[in-house]
Structure formats: structure tokens, C-alpha cells
Write a protein that binds this ligand. Structure first.
Ligand code: SAH
Length: 464
């Protein structure tokens, strides 16, 4: 993070603006909105800027900049358009440790002015760190359409009742819950609809019937690309108190979990079960009994080779409320991003998802039932089991020329697809540097990959 977003109180404080043109005017308007007293210094000053400065309780100085203009100022904005002057003002401000912003020169900025969405007292600020202000403005405009007009009123309403709520609910954790329910629930609806009286009645009722109860959200995090999360997954990720995640949940997805939620890593790499399954089951129950909202985040879909069923069986037996949110399973994600339709009128009329477990070095499956005409096979295993998958399928009667794909880190920037045949894949794999989770797709649909693939993640420098 190149800049830390903070919100600055400028009311009645003096801010120096060096420059008298349009850019200075645009930035000054923002400062004036925050109540700053504008002191504008420049040999020439636009009338509108002068009017703004005087209206803010400040003044204009029609002179070239001098260092003593910095006396008493809390911020400096520079927009002269003359590089030498910009640099001089920047140097003088730096010498006095006054934060300075030079318009359009990110390298000379101690602070930047973000794009602002103003529903005071609710304010959102967007910044690209000076890289692409137009992009920040575009995002602001998009979000603007999502925020109800009454949201500012809601912020004000809640602000006025903060003290009362703190008094009534002294426990901080519980209070956080109350706030969340207020923001998501009928009280908020009332306020935004303009009925504050009704909202107060509902608020009072809610404060009288407080009861914290834990629950568990068993959520599918998808195969890695955070864009593949469901809305509900995201909502629950933002509202949990603690998250239990494992190796398959990508960093990019974890980044979207509420910042202050406690994180518990529970494994599992092949063969290394960081936390044994029975302990995970028990941990979920224990945390929920403490009144926590527990997010159990699982790669892909929780009900596909995810042991989600076992976890909720435990919860049900313990009487803990839970909900299950499906996710995009690795088979679907990898297939879509590799351009391999799992079924296709001309190729396959069914698809089978197969878990590949390595037991004592062998993949333990009933191979003879796996060789079926017009069926695609997806093995939730790749690099390790591949030689056996190929050999055993051919042994059970599959055509050695049947196409096979191995998808590495599907849907992620490091996605890579190896395509070959049952006969040649083991040799290709032996020559390739494959890592991360991998998945195997077997069947003639794989031949469509070259025509239909669209996802070309940037190559990492090591491959360039
Ligand atoms: N519940 C998960 C599957 C868990 S089993 C789901 O629905 O996707 C774990 C296996 O899934 C891994 O060994 C690998 O074969 C596969 N897998 C998961 N994510 C993957 C990804 N991004 N790319 C390739 N394979 C993946």
C-alpha cells in the first residue's frame, strides 16, 4: 500500500494553495467543501478561485510564492503548472514538514486527493495512488449507483445513537453484532425510508431481545479466482468473526475475508493433515458455542470431495445452526478456463467426477467401470496420480490416443494446461515443471481446448 487513506479534519484550518488557475480551482473546491480556510498565492488568480477563497474565510495573495506563506498552514496544494515553481514550493513545504501535494506529479505528493463519494457523513474515497485517477473516478461512479440515497441519513442516525447503544451493550463483541444487525436489518430500512420514529421503536425492541448465538457458514471459495465467488459467499466472508481455511483457498480470496476476523489455518497438504478432520469438526462446534460466527471456507465446492458433509453432520448433532454455500468446483473452473466443455453433443453425454486418493503409492479405483463411451472423466488429482491414471485406463480398455488435459492452478494467474494422450501424457509430464493443485480431464472433449481456450494468464518472468 503506497498511501494510507485517512480522513482529515480541515474545518477552520488554513490550507495554502499555490497556483491561481483551473487545476488549483478544482482542488480548492474540494478543500472548501471540507470547511478549510483557503489561502491562495499566485501572481494571477481566477476570479472564481478568489471568490471561493474569500467565501471560505481565507484570502488571496497576488504575489509569487515565498516560504513565509507557509506559516500556520496545515497542508499545501501546488498547481502552478511551472515545474521550477512546483519544485521550489515542494522543497519549502518539505523543509517545514508540512504535507504537500503537487498536482499531477505523484512523486512530489505526501498525500493525494482521492476520488470522493460523498453521502455525508458517509464518505468513501477511491484512489489508484496517482496511477490512473480516471479509473478511480469510474469506480466511484459505479458504486454511486449502488448506494441508496438514504445511506447518509442512516450514518447520521446511527451516529446519534452510538452513546446509547454503547451504554446498553457494554460487551464489545456483542455490540459489534448489534451494529451489524442494525445496518443490515429493518432499522436501517426504516431510517432510509425516512421513518426515524419507527426506526427508534424497532431499535429499542432489538436492544431488549439481545441474544448472541453462534453459527457456522460452510462456504465454497471456488477454485481460486476471487471473481468466481458467489454474492452470498462474499457477504458471509465479510460478516464472520473467525475463519477456518485450508491450502486450496487462494490468497486473493482470503484477502476478501473481513480484516479483523481471526484466521485459523487447518491444512491440508497431501499427507500432511495440519489439523485432523475430527479436530476441525470439534473446533467448529466449540467456536460456535462461544457465540462466534464461524466461516468454514473450502476450496471449490464444499460438497465435492470437501468433507463438508462430515462437518455439518457434526454441527447438526450438536444443534449448531449452519448454512452451506456452494462454490464453483475445480472441475468446472478448470474446464471453463481451459476451454474444455465437460459435455458436448458430439463428444460426451455424461461427465464423472472422480476423487483420486493415493493409497500406499497406488490410486485405488475400480478402473473397469471408468471406461465408458461418450463420458468425460475428471480426476481431482493431477501430477502425482497421472502416470497411473493413464496406464490403468488403457489397461481397462481405453484407447491410448484418448486426449488428456492436466490443468495446473486452474483459474489463477499461474494456470497452465498440458494436453496430450493417455499414451504420451506421462512422458510429457515428466519433462514439465508442474506445481500447485492440478486436475486431470480425460475424454475427447479435451480436443476442443485449442479452439476454445480463451484464458491466457500472464506468463511469470521465469517462463518469459
Ligand atoms: N472441494 C474441492 C475439491 C477438493 S479436492 C472442489 O470442489 O474443487 C482437492 C483437489 O481439487 C486437488 O488435489 C486438485 O486436484 C483439485 N483442485 C482444486 N483447486 C484446483 C485448481 N485451482 N486447479 C486445479 N485443480 C484444483
Amino acid at each position: 500500500m503506497e498511501f494510507l487513506p485517512v480522513f482529515l479534519r480541515l474545518r477552520e484550518r488554513a490550507v495554502l494553495v499555490v497556483g491561481g488557475g483551473k487545476v488549483a480551482l478544482r482542488k480548492s473546491e474540494l478543500l472548501a467543501r471540507a470547511g478549510a480556510r483557503l489561502e491562495v498565492v499566485a501572481p494571477q488568480i481566477l476570479p472564481a478561485l478568489e471568490e471561493l477563497a474569500l467565501g471560505s474565510g481565507g484570502s488571496v495573495i497576488r504575489e509569487p510564492f515565498r516560504a513565509d506563506h507557509l506559516d500556520q498552514q496545515v497542508l499545501v496544494l501546488v498547481a502552478t503548472g511551472i515545474e521550477a515553481v512546483d519544485l521550489a514550493v515542494h522543497g519549502a513545504a518539505r523543509a517545514r514538514r508540512i504535507p504537500v501535494n503537487v498536482a499531477d506529479v505523484p512523486a512530489l505528493c505526501d498525500f493525494i486527493l482521492p476520488s470522493i463519494l460523498d453521502r455525508s457523513p458517509l464518505i468513501a474515497a477511491f484512489s489508484t495512488g496517482g496511477n490512473a485517477p480516471v479509473l478511480a473516478r469510474r469506480i466511484r461512479a459505479q458504486l454511486e449507483t449502488l448506494l441508496p440515497a438514504g445511506i447518509g441519513r442512516l450514518a447520521g442516525f446511527l451516529g446519534e445513537r452510538r452513546g446509547r447503544i454503547r451504554e446498553r451493550v457494554p460487551d464489545a463483541d456483542l455490540r459489534l453484532r448489534v451494529w451489524e444487525e442494525l445496518v443490515d436489518g429493518p432499522v436501517a430500512e426504516r431510517v432510509m425510508a425516512g421513518d426515524e420514529e419507527g426506526a427508534d421503536v424497532l431499535l429499542e425492541r432489538q436492544l431488549e431481545t439481545l441474544k448472541p448465538g453462534g453459527e457456522v457458514f460452510l462456504v465454497g471459495a471456488g477454485p481460486g479466482d476471487p471473481d468466481l465467488l458467489t454474492f452470498r459467499a462474499l457477504r458471509l466472508m465479510q460478516k464472520c468473526d473467525v475463519v477456518l481455511h485450508d491450502r486450496l483457498v487462494s490468497e486473493a480470496v482470503l484477502d476478501l475475508v473481513r480484516r479483523d476476523a481471526e484466521r485459523i489455518y487447518v491444512g491440508k497438504r497431501r499427507g500432511d493433515h495440519a489439523v485432523p478432520q475430527p479436530d476441525i469438526n470439534q473446533l467448529l462446534v466449540d467456536l460456535a458455542r462461544e457465540g462466534k460466527r464461524v466461516l468454514r471456507l473450502k476450496g471449490g465446492d464444499p460438497f465435492i470431495f470437501g468433507r463438508g458433509g462430515e462437518e455439518i453432520e457434526h454441527l447438526a448433532a450438536a444443534g449448531i445452526p449452519f448454512q452451506v454455500v456452494p462454490g464453483v468446483s475445480a472441475a468446472n473452473g478448470c474446464a471453463a478456463y481451459a476451454g474444455i466443455p465437460l459435455t458436448h453433443r458430439d463428444h460426451a453425454h455424461s461427465v464423472r467426477f472422480v476423487a483420486g486418493h493415493l493409497r500406499g503409492g497406488t490410486v485405488d479405483l475400480d478402473w473397469s467401470t471408468l471406461v465408458q463411451p461418450r463420458e468425460t472423466l475428471v480426476f481431482y488429482m493431477g501430477r502425482v496420480g497421472m502416470p497411473q491414471i493413464c496406464e490403468r485406463l488403457v489397461g481397462a480398455g481405453a484407447d491410448p490416443l484418448t486426449p488428456v488435459a492436466l490443468v495446473q492452478q486452474g483459474t489463477l494467474p499461474a494456470q497452465r494446461v498440458l494436453v496430450s494422450t493417455l499414451q504420451d501424457m506421462p512422458a510429457l509430464l515428466a519433462r514439465s515443471d508442474v506445481h500447485g493443485p492440478t486436475l486431470t480431464i480425460v475424454g475427447s472433449v479435451v480436443s476442443l481446448h485449442t479452439r476454445l481456450s480463451w484464458f491466457h494468464p500472464p506468463r511469470s518472468p521465469s517462463h518469459a
